[in-house]
Design a protein around this ligand. Structure first.
Ligand SMILES: NC(=O)c1ccc[n+]([C@@H]2O[C@H](COP(=O)([O-])OP(=O)(O)OC[C@H]3O[C@@H](n4cnc5c(N)ncnc54)[C@H](O)[C@@H]3O)[C@@H](O)[C@H]2O)c1
Length: 351
């Protein structure tokens, strides 16, 4: 007789978003019961794994804000062993315009979550930090940010990511809760929203598909380190299965200028266009690139998907009928959940 091994339950905040939904797909595929907490501010029901929406095998979706004072009840009911924290205010420029809003979600909301993790003895929390935002501007003469480069954020978003990393360190010292902060470079891939000002690749690709002009802020010489979402999910899985604690860079070590990126899109799409140029935006750094050597040595992680291949995958995904069907079916599934299920507030009855 074969014995069924129950995999640990995992709670993912931001599991309806771009990176979070890919992570949830992978966790479900690996047989974990997955609890998704997302307020759907930017995430979409279409992204959520159908097994989670159907509440199969111990999985469940809570449409809830991480700042909600009732969040601890989700933890009391679900008792997750591990937590991935990806929910957040991700718009760097919005953080410049409204730093209090950024602090409210990224710091206060994070600490509300951390409090629940401590109270229910979660074994480990894995946090989506941001290398580009936490390290700040790449100094002249430095090719990439090493693992131990001193953080110097230049935006409220970068500061709040760093503050939350420090709170994870505090929780480890004070309560013994393990953590890993993964400092992602610029993540790109299918399901990244193009409607906001983040995610230059998805914005450009949507413009290509719709025949619209693309605007480059600045002269296009600024560089970024673009890492494919599947590689980030792989890093998350390695973080889950590792017993180390700390902060790790998740990037490719390759700097690509925005002009070069645009040319890659032209080559992959075969659509010969010219970009428009506009003044640079406040809060943007000129150059950013992450050295992942320590991550490779500790987690055995390396990026596998080259930029042109990743871009090709997004173009393909956009026209994949399977994706369109899944998105449509998910929206229908979500509509069948009662408002009570969707909002899971605690006023009427209890869970
Ligand atoms: N995309 C990148 O290039 C990148 C780079 C570095 C770090 N990160 C971090 O990775 C995480 C995921 O980013 P993403 O690109 O998938 O963004 P995303 O906006 O697609 O995902 C964030 C999710 O969090 C949810 N959310 C926002 N505020 C919430 C709140 N108050 N309560 C509950 N849910 C809330 C949104 O609805 C969304 O589903 C973020 O923390 C982001 O800062 C992203």
């Amino acid at each position: 007789m074969t014995e069924t091994v129950t995999k640990p339950k995992i709670l993912v905040t931001g599991g309806a978003g771009f990176i979070g939904s890919h992570l949830v797909d992978r966790l479900v595929e690996d047989g974990h019961p997955v609890v998704v907490v997302d307020n759907l501010f930017a995430g979409r029901a279409a992204n959520i794994n159908p097994k989670v929406l159907r509440e199969e095998d111990g999985s469940r979706f809570y449409q809830m804000d991480i700042r909600d004072h009732e969040l601890h009840r989700v933890f009391a009911i679900e008792n997750p062993e591990y937590v991935f924290h990806l929910a957040g205010q991700i718009d760097l420029r919005l953080s410049v315009q409204d730093p209090i809003h950024d602090i409210d979600i990224n710091i206060i909301g994070g600490i509300n979550l951390l409090k629940s993790c401590v109270h229910t003895s979660v074994k480990k929390i894995i946090f989506a930090s941001s290398g580009g935002a936490v390290y700040g501007e790449l100094p002249v003469g430095v090719e990439k940010f090493s693992h131990n480069h001193a953080p110097a954020p230049v935006s409220p978003y970068g500061h709040s990511k760093l503050v939350f990393e420090r709170h994870l360190g505090y929780a480890k010292d004070a309560y013994g809760i393990d953590y890993m902060a993964l400092r992602f470079a610029n993540v790109y891939g299918p399901r990244q929203e193009s409607s906001r000002e983040c995610g230059v690749i998805s914005i450009f690709i949507q413009n290509f598909l719709k025949g619209k002009e693309s605007v480059i802020n600045g002269d296009g010489s600024y560089t970024r380190d673009f890492v494919y979402v599947g590689d980030c999910v792989d890093a998350c899985m390695r973080a889950l299965h590792s017993n180390v604690t700390g902060v790790y860079n998740i990037g490719t070590g390759v700097r690509t200028s925005i002009n070069d990126l645009f040319n890659i899109l032209v080559t992959v799409s075969g659509d010969h266009r010219e970009p428009q140029y506009a003044p640079a935006k406040k809060g943007d750094v000129s150059h950013s690139c992450l050295d992942y050597c320590v991550t490779r040595d500790i987690l055995g992680w390396e990026p596998k998907v080259a930029l042109d291949e990743g871009v090709r995958r997004i173009f393909t995904w956009n026209t994949d009928p399977e994706y369109v069907t899944r998105a449509h079916e998910n929206e229908l599934l979500y509509q069948t959940l009662s408002p009570h299920q969707r909002c899971r507030h605690w006023l009427h009855g209890s869970y």
